[in-house]
Design a protein around this ligand. Structure first.
Ligand code: ZN
Length: 254
């Protein structure tokens, strides 16, 4: 139904190439660099229909111009970022649907990490490409938006079906998990997840994708209501937003 290829590039980035076999339509998400993408396209004999960006940071848009020139693909990104996404020619808005063959890709605006951040959700494939908004056991840093904006954005992702696979843009899982354990040490699910993550990383394997279900059970930024977490950061009974804001601050200095 949807082929998904994960390409590790730079120090810890993931580029995703997604291919809808019936139509042959193919998209690349957040290409930092062009050559590994071009290699896969050649190997698979796929031609690029779309280049999709989640946000304007250089390690997500670095290959926009080269890939558009080489493949003739269309470059789609948030309308909010129209002046700072290289080679963009299709502007996307919150709630809009983009078609990849017969597959509908839903655009969800998730400001916080940057003001124009969007994520791509394909419900028929149970897949979410969430850039730097939601990470395995973590979330993006607040470069442009407020904690409140990012918190609201994460509420939208929290509400997606539990079996949704979460394809984030960085391999930050092990460090995120160490922070998660520091604020919620008694979470047994989290302890076991970290054992699996440590094993994967010892073997230099990817920890991505995770799932919404796993994140709900072990990502501290989705778990403000955990008594163990509240107690460990001394915020019993505070609002979810206040707890989230404190967690984001603590992670920045972790
Ligand atoms: Zn970023």
């Amino acid at each position: 139904m949807l082929d998904i290829i994960q390409l590790p590039v730079l120090e810890n980035n993931y580029i995703y190439i997604i291919h809808e076999p019936e139509s042959g339509d193919t998209a690349v998400i957040d290409p930092a660099v062009a050559s590994p993408v071009l290699e896969i396209l050649q190997q698979k004999k796929w031609s690029l229909t779309y280049l999709l960006n989640t946000h304007h940071h250089w390690d997500h848009v670095g290959a926009n111009t080269e890939l558009k020139q080489t493949t003739g693909c269309r470059v789609a990104a948030s309308i909010v970022d129209q002046s700072r996404i290289p080679a963009v020619d299709k502007l996307l808005q919150d709630g809009e649907q983009l078609l990849l063959g017969g597959l509908s890709i839903e655009i969800i605006a998730t400001p916080g990490h940057t003001l124009g951040h969007i994520v791509y959700y394909i419900s028929a494939a149970q897949a979410l490409f969430c850039g730097d908004t939601l990470f395995a056991m973590g979330c993006g840093r607040l470069f442009e938006g407020s904690a409140e904006q990012l918190w609201h954005s994460l509420q939208k992702l929290k509400a997606l079906p539990k079996n949704t696979r979460v394809y984030c843009a960085h391999e930050y899982t092990q460090n995120n998990g160490q922070f998660a354990l520091s604020v919620e040490p008694d979470n047994v699910y989290l302890q076991h997840r970290m054992e699996r993550i440590n094993q994967l990383r010892r073997n230099h394997l990817t920890t991505i994708p995770s799932s919404i279900e796993e994140e709900l059970a072990s990502n501290p930024f989705l778990r403000e209501d955990s008594p163990n977490l509240q107690q460990h950061i001394n915020m019993q009974g505070e609002s979810a937003l206040a707890i989230f804001t404190e967690l984001r601050r603590l992670k920045d200095i972790f």
